[in-house]
Design a binder for this molecule. Structure first.
Ligand SMILES: Cc1cc2nc3c(=O)[nH]c(=O)nc-3n(C[C@H](O)[C@H](O)[C@H](O)COP(=O)(O)OP(=O)(O)OC[C@H]3O[C@@H](n4cnc5c(N)ncnc54)[C@H](O)[C@@H]3O)c2cc1C
Length: 223
């Protein structure tokens, strides 16, 4: 398990396959699938060749299931990736715990002038950011007080949750094959992606590296 942000984490729950599964899936095309594994040097070269030349289906032979705890605004970006299978905690079934993401003031920066989606860390004033984060914490506390009061008054959970901020943590299972996981890490680990999802992409790569070290090395080379 790797801790991410102030209350989040990523945990590898399950996996199927290894570098060998990729080689086997590729070698079946010339009826040599069961020869795979006899020569690790040529297997490694094959994996590198496949990834560099975008022969990506063999990478779908490997699958992972992760447990992810992240702020809702991070999960909202994550769920745009349609090739994953998700199951998430339902705030209709359960009361949400009082855990809200509070950015580290050093990672706040200022709204970027050149990129309308991004932040400019160099321009930021850390002391000013700390004041703003304190205000965010106060706002989250007030939102949770209202949430608890609404629940006590008998409002259904599915409605009461609407007063909570987007920084509230949620938890999900994410099942994905290696090909689409690399695609996710490529997009969400990129410097153009938001810092708060980038740190999750980096954690995913660390978790899978011991299982598919050769594929990860090929992916890193091509990035
Ligand atoms: C830095 C960044 C900024 C973004 N900003 C915005 C934004 O402002 N607004 C916004 O709405 N989104 C935004 N997105 C989300 C982005 O548009 C994609 O929805 C998201 O990255 C998922 O990518 P994907 O479709 O390639 O991934 P997946 O859904 O996992 O799909 C993987 C691949 O499968 C194929 N595929 C999947 N579904 C289809 C389909 N229906 N038809 C054909 N091929 C398919 C495609 O080749 C696709 O690349 C942003 C993403 C990033 C990384």
């Amino acid at each position: 398990m790797i801790n991410v942000l102030d209350h989040g984490f990523v945990r590898l729950v399950d996996s199927m396959g290894s570098d060998l599964s990729i080689v086997r899936a590729a070698r079946v095309s010339h009826d040599a699938d069961w020869r795979a594994g006899n020569d690790t040097g040529s297997d490694a070269r094959l994996i590198r060749y496949l990834w560099t030349h975008k022969h990506t289906t063999p990478f779908e032979a490997v699958e992972f299931q992760f447990e992810v705890k992240a702020p809702i605004f991070v999960l909202r970006q994550w769920h745009r990736h349609r090739t994953h299978s998700y199951n998430e905690v339902s705030a209709r079934y359960t009361e949400l715990p009082e855990e809200v993401y509070m950015p580290d003031p050093r990672m706040v920066g200022r709204q970027s002038k050149s990129n309308r989606q991004a932040r400019d860390l160099e321009e930021g004033d850390v002391e000013r950011a700390a004041v703003m984060v304190t205000a965010m914490r106060k706002n989250a506390g007030a939102a949770f007080s209202l949430y608890h009061w609404l629940l006590k008054e008998g409002m259904p959970r599915e409605l009461a949750r609407s007063v909570l901020p987007q920084g509230v943590y949620s938890r999900m299972f994410d099942k994905v094959d290696l090909r689409n996981l690399f695609h996710f890490i490529d997009l969400r680990g990129d410097p153009h992606a938001q810092y708060e999802i980038r740190v999750y992409a980096d954690a995913l790569l660390k978790l899978i590296e011991p299982i598919v070290p050769v594929a990860v090395a090929a992916f890193q080379e091509c990035r």
